[in-house]
Design a protein around this ligand. Structure first.
Ligand code: GDP
Length: 485
């Protein structure tokens, strides 16, 4: 997943970069600088696009979503990356109809035949619900309603976000006469289209226009409090911590997401700072289906990670760090979100256990050594007030941006002090570096050859020493120069 996210950024990892065959690198570097300077000019874009209402397309693979997108947008290009408040693994198109401008979101869908299909469906649908003003649910009328369609329908029927039911591949008048049966799905009037031939697309666009608000409900989402998820294996004290936080601080239960299967989030004010704790209903309800509890817990965790910006991962300090903790940590790393580690039940441990725990942390948690740690007791309330500061630190690290100038100064010094080892008689060199995005900080390194992993790790350590990034993972993409022959 994280690979996809990065590829979606301002250029594709499959792009080849061609250079002239001269040995002076300065022109190459100049070209790269010119190319990537615009990375930092996103603000203007955000202001222009942010207020437009958002329409998401969901549906099974092969129902014709891409063809439909082409119908709706005409020859317009996929614009956009990195709209604040939404996730990055989708494509955003700038669309309009009859003077009404909107953003069309291609959700990417899910892969078929995968053991994780249900989890993917639920995550995709949840994201569409969370980030759009209108959902287009597309089905293939030739194939009919499949089990997957049924699963999606179950999830979207409950949402307050309006849904349009689009029956694609209705290629002739005869088929059109049959679409009445789709009323029974409970999603309102079915809209017949043939994306391939264009039939019905005008009517669909009219319906989209009718059902869209003038401004996106996400207009101010950028200014909303940062989203925090509390996760951890069962009985680590998630609900105890949430209770402590909400009882001792000002807390507003809200239906911000408004629409989800479990609609309750909470805004909790910690030391004057608002934080948006997500899926708190799920924590309080103690989602323990008698059968398949683990399965549902996993589903829920992945949807929760997707929605959050910072993860509070809770670990029991009186218990040996378990496989399940390690699994959650890898999930967190994959998600690319900011992290705070909470060691709960500190009231239960003595000095011996404390020393043991430190040893476990330095071996089991070494790949998240960058995360701030808070030792506390949700039961007594001891040090619960430290959470606000840790969240702030992580968010700051996750949103840090380094200018191209500063970064290249750093790279120059790094390379001078740490030449890459010779491989096959050749030495790789980093020519140029740029930060492609934040959330999490992601860097592209343009090099003359491959970089050893240990070298990359060393570079990451030095980057952290110099610029911080506390609480955040760092992603590095190496782009090897190809010389023209
Ligand atoms: P959840 O499943 O992660 O939501 O865990 P709960 O909040 O329900 O807590 C599980 C058990 O651990 C309950 O019996 C809590 O009273 C207990 N517990 C939670 N936090 C602490 C703590 O800091 N110290 C101690 N001694 N017990 C705790």
């Amino acid at each position: 997943m994280s690979e996809d996210l990065i590829n979606q950024d301002s250029f594709k990892s499959t792009d080849e970069i061609w250079f002239s065959n001269n040995n002076d690198d300065s022109q190459d570097i100049k070209d790269l600088e010119d190319n990537y300077q615009s990375t930092f000019d996103e603000q203007i874009f955000e202001e222009v696009v942010l207020n437009r209402p958002r329409v998401s397309l969901i549906g099974r693979p092969n129902v014709g979503k891409s063809t439909l997108i082409n119908r709706i947008i005409g020859r317009r290009e996929a614009v956009v990356q990195d709209i604040p408040g939404v996730t990055k693994d989708r494509v955003y198109y700038d669309a309009q109809w009859d003077g009404k401008e909107f953003i069309l979101i291609d959700t990417g869908g899910w892969t078929q035949d995968s053991s994780e299909m249900m989890s993917q469906i639920s995550t995709q649908v949840q994201k569409a619900i969370d980030e759009s003003d209108l959902i287009l649910f597309v089905l293939d009328f030739k194939v009919g309603i499949t089990q997957e369609d049924q699963d999606v329908i179950k999830l979207i029927r409950k949402t307050k976000t309006p849904v349009l039911l689009v029956a694609n591949k209705v290629d002739g008048a005869e088929a059109e006469n049959q679409i009445g049966e789709l009323w029974s799905l409970g999603l309102g009037e079915p809209i017949p289209v043939s994306a391939l031939h264009g039939r019905g697309s005008g009517e669909l666009l009219e319906k989209i226009k009718e059902n869209l608000p003038n401004e996106s409900k996400f207009k101010d989402s950028k200014k909303g409090p940062v989203k925090v998820a509390i996760i951890g294996k069962p009985n680590v004290g998630k609900s105890s911590l949430l209770n402590k936080l909400s009882k001792t601080n000002r807390s507003i239960v809200s239906e911000i997401s408004g629409t989800t299967v479990d609609p309750v989030d909470e805004i909790i004010n910690l030391n004057g700072q608002d934080w948006h704790f997500i899926d708190t209903a799920g924590i309080r309800k103690r989602f323990k289906e008698s059968s398949g509890f683990e399965y549902y817990a996993t589903l829920r965790t992945s949807a929760t990670l997707e929605r959050s910006e910072i993860i509070l991962l809770i670990i029991e300090s009186d218990q040996v760090i378990a496989d399940q903790d390690r699994r959650l940590i890898s999930q967190v790393i994959d998600s690319g979100k900011a992290l705070v580690l909470v060691f709960n039940k500190w009231d239960l441990i003595d000095e011996d256990r404390h020393l043991e725990l430190e040893r476990e942390i330095s071996s089991d948690l070494r790949n998240v050594a960058w995360a701030p740690r808070v030792n506390l007791s949700a039961k007594t309330g001891w040090h619960v007030d430290k959470i606000n500061k840790a969240l702030k630190i992580s968010y700051q690290g996750w949103t840090t941006r380094i200018s191209t100038g500063k970064l290249n100064q750093f790279v120059k010094e790094f390379v001078a002090a740490n030449p890459h080892p010779l491989r096959g008689g050749k030495q790789s060199k980093i020519l140029f570096a740029t930060q492609i995005s934040d959330k999490p900080p992601t860097f592209a390194l343009f090099t003359t050859g491959a970089l050893d992993l240990t070298y990359q790790r060393h570079l990451e350590r030095k980057l952290r020493e110099q610029f911080g990034f506390e609480g955040s993972p760092i992603h590095i993409k190496v782009k090897i120069r190809q010389r023209k022959r």
